[in-house]
Design a binder for this molecule. Sequence first.
Ligand code: PGA
Length: 254
Amino acid sequence: MTPKTWIAANWKLNKSPRESRAFFEEWARVAGESKWDFGALGILFFPPATSLETVSQLRNAQSGFEFGAQNCCSESVGAFTGEISAQVVKELGGKFILVGHSERRSIFQETNALLAKKVALVQSLGLTPMLCIGESLEQRDKNQTHQVLSQQLTECLVNAKPGGALAVAYEPVWAIGTGKVATVEQVADAHAWIRKELERLGFTGTSILYGGSVKADNALALAKTKDVNGFLVGGASLEPHSFRQIIQAAQSDT
Ligand code: PGA
């Protein structure tokens, strides 16, 4: 099975409901000019939780994209003040949930054990977890990249259903929001390793996205790289034209 290519926008803590609406008004024009093959390529938005309902309404009026949440609680309902319910994301029509973004791991101290619970919950609801993994600069310099990726995959997927819905985003921590993009060789090596590890764990046909300072000018070379099945884009996804250029680059390679 050929993994589907996903181009995903991670808006992080940007865009209010009003700003999300303005983005999609322009997006309708920008995307309307494009001839994308939605069989091979999917477009995905991860707005902040407070804009999910707005994006859900916009999705009902405008096709050509899916959406999901940047995070969720490891439980669906109950006494968890301030958390985001995956069950509600599903009710709103969301299809994906990002699990374990490096900002969640480093700023909010999320552990692989907690992330394993989230992956299992998201799968059990029929949604797709997009598990984020990646090494720090220190780990790369110590030649620990493969070991870190294997550990993150093994521990975060311990409760996951083999063969169940799953996407993985490889995001080297040192490339996120820094303008320092990983080289094609580094990405090819990491993605080949992740593919091998996923197969060992019973997951085939999984889309493996690359993330970390993806821009229009580096997207084409990365899109051509073996085992790169799309991108998770932060900064360059906030503006419709730059996001479209990244999709164009990926489309020309599908
Ligand atoms: P960036 O963010 O594209 O701004 O580096 C990517 C991400 O954090 O998902």
